[in-house]
Design a protein around this ligand. Structure first.
Ligand SMILES: *Cc1c(COP(=O)(O)O)cnc(C)c1O
Length: 362
C-alpha cells in the first residue's frame, strides 16, 4: 500500500506558468510579483500592509526589530512551538519568557497576565496547528503591550471574525510544509503605517531611495520567483482552507467514539485552518508506541513538538531564556501526535487513517 505523507505541496500549472513568466521576464529578485503577492496577502489578513520577507523566522525578527525590541526587554511566548519563535526573540537580544498553554495548545491569557511586567516589550502568541490563540483575551490581559502573532501555521484563520495577523504585527511563513508555500518565504502584516515603513527599510538595507540609507538594515527580501509560486495559492486560499477543514471533520467523525484520545476542539468564535490535525493520547506513556504502529502501517505521523522549546541543552542555563515552569505544555509534548490532513488526501486515505488509528489505539 502507498505511504500517506504528512504534507504535500499542492502546486498546479498556474504556479508553473507564473514562475516561467518571471524566468522569462529577466527580473528574478524582488519586483512586481512580490508587490502583487503583498496586495493579495493584505486582503487575506485584512490589514493595510503586508511586507514580504525571506522566511517566517525573518518575519518574526523583523517584527520585533520594527518595534525596537532589544536587550533589557522581555518577550512572552509559548513554550509549545517551533524553535523559530524562541530564536527570533534571542536574535534581537531580548529575554524569552514562557506562558503555559491551555487545552487549545495556545498560550493561556491568564498565564500571560502573570508574567507581564514593566520589562515586557511584546507578547508573541503562537497560533499552533492552525488554531488562533485567544488574542482578544491576551490583549485584555496585557493592555497596551504590542502583540506579535506567530501565525506561521495559520494563514486564513480568524478570531471573532477578525483574521489572524490583524491584531498587531502578524508573522507568516511560506515554508514548503505550510498551508501556503513558496518553498521558503514569509510576510509581516500590520495596519500601522510607521511600522510598515520600518519593516520595508529593514528589509532593504535601510534604503529609502537609491543609496539613501536612513537606518542600518539588512537583506530580508523575497524574490519574484517565490512570489509567483505563492500568488495562485493565495487566490485559492478559501479552497485550501475548506479542504483541510473538511478532512479534519471526516477524521473527527471517524475517531469520535474512540476512548483514550482527545480530538481537536475548536473554541467558539475561532476558525481553525488545520495546518495539523493533532490528537492527544490520554495515557501519554503509550504515545511513542502508537506513533510507531501508525507509521508501520504506512501513514506518516508528526510529533509537534516532542519537547517544550526551552528544555533543550543549548538553552538551559542562558540568562535570556527564563526557566518558567509550564506543566501543561510539558504534558502535551509527551502525548500529542499529528495525522495527515492536507488537501491531497483522498476519501480512501481518510478512511485508512481512521481505521488504522482506531485499530492501533483501541
Ligand atoms: C514554520 C514556523 C516558523 C518559521 O518559519 P520559517 O519560514 O521556517 O522560518 C515560525 N514559527 C512557527 C510556529 C512555525 O511553524
Amino acid at each position: 500500500m502507498n505511504r500517506i505523507p504528512i504534507s504535500t505541496p499542492a502546486i498546479t500549472h498556474e504556479e508553473e506558468e507564473l514562475v516561467l513568466e518571471v524566468l522569462r521576464s529577466g527580473r528574478l529578485a524582488q519586483g512586481p510579483m512580490v508587490t502583487e503577492f503583498e496586495r493579495l496577502f493584505s486582503e487575506i489578513s485584512g490589514t493595510r500592509h503586508a511586507v514580504a520577507v525571506s522566511n517566517g523566522t525573518v518575519a518574526l525578527i523583523a517584527a520585533l526589530q520594527s518595534l525596537g525590541v532589544g536587550p533589557g526587554d522581555e518577550v512572552i511566548t509559548s513554550p509549545f512551538t517551533f524553535v523559530a519563535s524562541l530564536n527570533a526573540i534571542l536574535h534581537v537580544g531580548a529575554r524569552a519568557r514562557f506562558a503555559d498553554i491551555g487545552d487549545d495548545y495556545t498560550v493561556d491569557p491568564a498565564a500571560v497576565a502573570e508574567l507581564t511586567c514593566d520589562r515586557t516589550a511584546a507578547i508573541m502568541p503562537v497560533h499552533l496547528y492552525g488554531l488562533p490563540a485567544d488574542v482578544p483575551a491576551i490583549r485584555a490581559a496585557a493592555p497596551g503591550i504590542p502583540i506579535v502573532e506567530d501565525a506561521a501555521q495559520a494563514h486564513g484563520a480568524s478570531v471573532g471574525g477578525r483574521p489572524v495577523g490583524s491584531f498587531g504585527l502578524g508573522c507568516f511563513s511560506f515554508y514548503a510544509t505550510k498551508n501556503i508555500t513558496t518553498g521558503e518565504g514569509g510576510v509581516v502584516t500590520t495596519d500601522d503605517d510607521g511600522l510598515a515603513d520600518r519593516l520595508r527599510l529593514l528589509r532593504g538595507q535601510g534604503m529609502r531611495a537609491p543609496y539613501e540609507y536612513v537606518i542600518p538594515g539588512y537583506n530580508y527580501r523575497l524574490t519574484d520567483i517565490q512570489a509567483a509560486i505563492g500568488i495562485p495559492q493565495l487566490k485559492r486560499i478559501d479552497d485550501i482552507v475548506t479542504s483541510r477543514q473538511r478532512n479534519a471533520a471526516r477524521l473527527s467523525e471517524g475517531l469520535r467514539g474512540l476512548t483514550g484520545v482527545r480530538l481537536p476542539d475548536v473554541p467558539d468564535g475561532r476558525t481553525h485552518v488545520f495546518h495539523q490535525y493533532t490528537i492527544e493520547v490520554l495515557d501519554g506513556g503509550r504515545r511513542d508506541d502508537i506513533v510507531a504502529a501508525i507509521r508501520e502501517a504506512g501513514i506518516d505521523v508528526g510529533v509537534y513538538y516532542p519537547r517544550v522549546v526551552h528544555d533543550y541543552d543549548c538553552y538551559v542555563g542562558r540568562p535570556d531564556v527564563a526557566r518558567d515552569d509550564t506543566p501543561r505544555a510539558r504534558q502535551a509534548s509527551s502525548s500529542v501526535l499529528s495525522l495527515p490532513v492536507h488537501p491531497l488526501l483522498s476519501d480512501s486515505d481518510l478512511d485508512r487513517i481512521v481505521s488504522t488509528v482506531s485499530r492501533v489505539v483501541g
